[in-house]
Write a protein that binds this ligand. Sequence first.
Ligand SMILES: [Zn+2]
Length: 361
Amino acid sequence: MNAPRFTEAFLDDVRARTSLVELIGGHVRLMRRGRDHVGACPFHDERTPSFTVSEEKGFFHCFGCGAHGDAIAFLQRLGGLRFPGALEALASRAGLLPGRDDAAGAPRPAIERPSPRDLEDRRRDLIAWSRRIWREATALPGTLGEVYLRHRGIASPELLAVPTLRYAAALEHRETGLMLPTLVGAVQGADGSITGIHRTFLTSDGRGKAGVSSPKKMGGICWGGAVRFAKAGERLAIGEGIETTLSVVQSVPGLPGWAALSLGNIAGAGFGPGKPHPRLPGRVLPAEEPDMGRPGIRFPDVVREVVICADADSRDPESAEALLIRAGRRFMAEGRIVRMARPPLGSDFNDILRGVPSDEH
Ligand SMILES: [Zn+2]
């Protein structure tokens, strides 16, 4: 291996000359939030940013999938590169060549790593915030949250009173500062405790999603958890969204269902390199092989059969397919039977329930 030619000093120099925000900002749309920057994680499928970049501390951390590291680790993961390859890419970007020490310029201060303690504190804050919003929300029946679900075709009295969905009359939609009526879902971790929340911001009459750019938001810790619509049984349906999962369980009486909120959370973290993307030059697909040590959603032992109810409306169907393969391999490796329920291309199960064309949701 050629690793020994990279001295610690050289590594520090490369890291110190690399602006993490600039590097990652070339691949992920980042927004400043306080001292950090946040964006949608490039390593798992998410709509709500849980990917945090700290320039000051020189690391990125995803509160969703747990991806974590410095500039070199970012390039390794993004490009499926080995360490030397990622380091060389960064070094030449920083105007340094391996083994040369004549590149001028004062290095930035040494990089401070986040302590496990920092991360644990942040995690605790996120969970406390989620539980506070959940506590302040009210039961669903009779609210605009119920109106919304009815307009999405959910009519089962049992599902319209499910204890893991609540309503908040006015929650802040952060990007716009608007206070909006909101359907709130409790995200329960593997032990059943609430670790995160899902919010669907609604119109003032409750008949649809609010007309803001991102009316659905995850918050707190959602990775590994799910919004549970029933106690898990021997068979368990896993969907992505709340409406699609409710549509499935309403249509199949007796089948319990959990909404995982993202395909990435169903698939868990991947292992090894992905295949080249067949359509997007320079991009790789998510690895099909699951990293068994880093699962997303987790099920109780009682679950023998997992029915994955995927959406088929992704803008990147090749990546979605790779994640489904990973999910299937993961649950089979856990000793479970896996079934895939697939709606027609371009649609999801809520479209089917409502009998609408796929482009109207
Ligand atoms: Zn992530």
